[in-house]
Design a binder for this molecule. Structure first.
Ligand code: SF4
Ligand code: SF4
Length: 367
């Protein structure tokens, strides 16, 4: 018989003090992301100087092109062609989706740099306010539908509204081809509107824990839906549970754990926070195949790293990692914006250098 659920005051769990393995993995991927971002920035800066770049464009930056990945996925499903405009965007998207079939939204809490920033901003709240203000349940439910609506809109528009011919046109368009540079310019040449939108999101993330991840991130919502099919899930064992309520109190997904056995919620990000704070042995854990295999922090970290390293290695080995846009085309785009067709594909380098110098002289001095 199921014992009545009574809220009991939080009692110490078995969590070890210090930096958790999850934080270590998050920092590792944040470092990789920063390294790729800086390398790409320097690559574009070298292009902007008019010289041939000595750095290579890091394909990993395409992780930030989810729309290109979705479009490429439809193109691949309908034509069998794995287009080479942004192949690593699709490779990374497929890897991330594959992880969701094993560790649910584990990508969000273990790898995504925005998840780490979100955790940090949530901690700031404690420095500014004595009591955390929380969204009432009805508003929480309504707000959570936003991210599913945004993701649903993109999936509907791309998979159901765009014909394959339009998809092909989009893939080959300058907009998509140079989407990585546009994404960089979003940060390096930030508009007033974007600045205020980002500032508002940062403030809201301090006030409301995990505001972006919980209510707006479309990537997270796609993983949440895929994670419903995951073979790994949190499992609570009623016999060993002492109903202390620790697990529920720390869950970033605000999942009602104490009235569940196996947790099917779309919001679970396999962070193992509930497992870490549980004072009772074998009362809760993340398990595969309905409890037959337990995944602790080390195993989840291993699963994610194997998926990423394995997937990228296969993509590199089979020629699905590097894009086919030439450095020359990138240089023309950076130097001449939307008019690459005005520059002959094989212009004499000396002539090009003189042309760049002339354009520079015509540009107004910096303010
Ligand atoms: S605390 Fe537990 S149930 Fe909540 S998101 Fe993390 S792993 Fe899932
Ligand atoms: S599963 Fe663990 S943390 Fe959650 S209520 Fe039971 S004993 Fe407490």
């Amino acid at each position: 018989m199921t014992a009545p659920l009574i809220p009991v005051k939080t009692i110490p769990g078995r969590a070890k003090k210090g930096v958790s393995l999850r934080k270590g993995v998050q920092f590792l991927f944040l470092t990789i992301t920063l390294f790729l971002g800086i390398k790409f920035y320097l690559f574009v800066a070298q292009l902007g100087s008019g010289a041939m770049p000595t750095l290579e464009r890091p394909p990993g930056v395409e992780a930030f092109l989810p729309i290109s990945a979705l479009v490429s996925l439809k193109y691949f499903l309908f034509t069998g062609i794995f287009n080479r405009v942004h192949p690593s965007a699709l490779v990374l998207f497929l890897i991330i989706c594959a992880t969701a079939l094993v560790v649910k939204k584990g990508f969000c809490s273990w790898i995504c740099p925005l998840g780490l920033v979100s955790d940090f901003l949530a901690k700031l709240n404690g420095y500014f306010f004595k009591r955390r203000w929380d969204v009432p349940p009805w508003a929480d439910f309504f707000l959570r539908t936003l991210k599913y609506s945004v993701a649903g809109f993109f999936v509907w528009s791309i998979f159901f509204k765009m014909p394959v011919a339009a998809i092909e046109q989009f893939i080959q368009s300058p907009y998509n081809t140079f989407a990585d540079i546009k994404m960089l310019e979003f940060f390096t040449k930030i508009s007033i509107t974007s600045f205020w939108v980002i500032t508002a999101l940062l403030v809201l993330s301090v006030l409301i824990k995990h505001f972006w991840c919980r209510y707006l991130c479309p990537y997270g919502s796609i993983l949440g839906v895929l994670g419903f099919l995951s073979m790994g899930k949190i499992q609570r064992n009623n016999e060993n549970c002492i109903k202390c309520g620790n697990c529920e109190s720390v869950c970033p997904g605000k999942i009602s754990l104490m009235d569940k056995g196996r947790v099917h919620s779309l919001e679970c990000s396999a962070c193992l926070g509930c497992v870490d704070v549980c004072p009772s042995k074998n009362a809760i854990g993340f398990s595969l195949f309905s409890g037959r295999m337990i995944l602790n922090q080390k195993k989840i970290a291993l699963v994610l790293i194997v998926f990423f390293m394995g997937g990228i290695t296969i993509a590199k080995g089979t020629g699905h990692w590097q894009n086919n846009t030439s450095v020359q085309a990138y240089r023309q785009h950076v130097l001449f914006g939307r008019m690459p067709e005005r520059i002959p594909a094989k212009m004499d380098p000396e002539k090009m250098r003189r042309m760049i110098e002339k354009m520079r002289r015509q540009m107004p001095p910096p303010q």
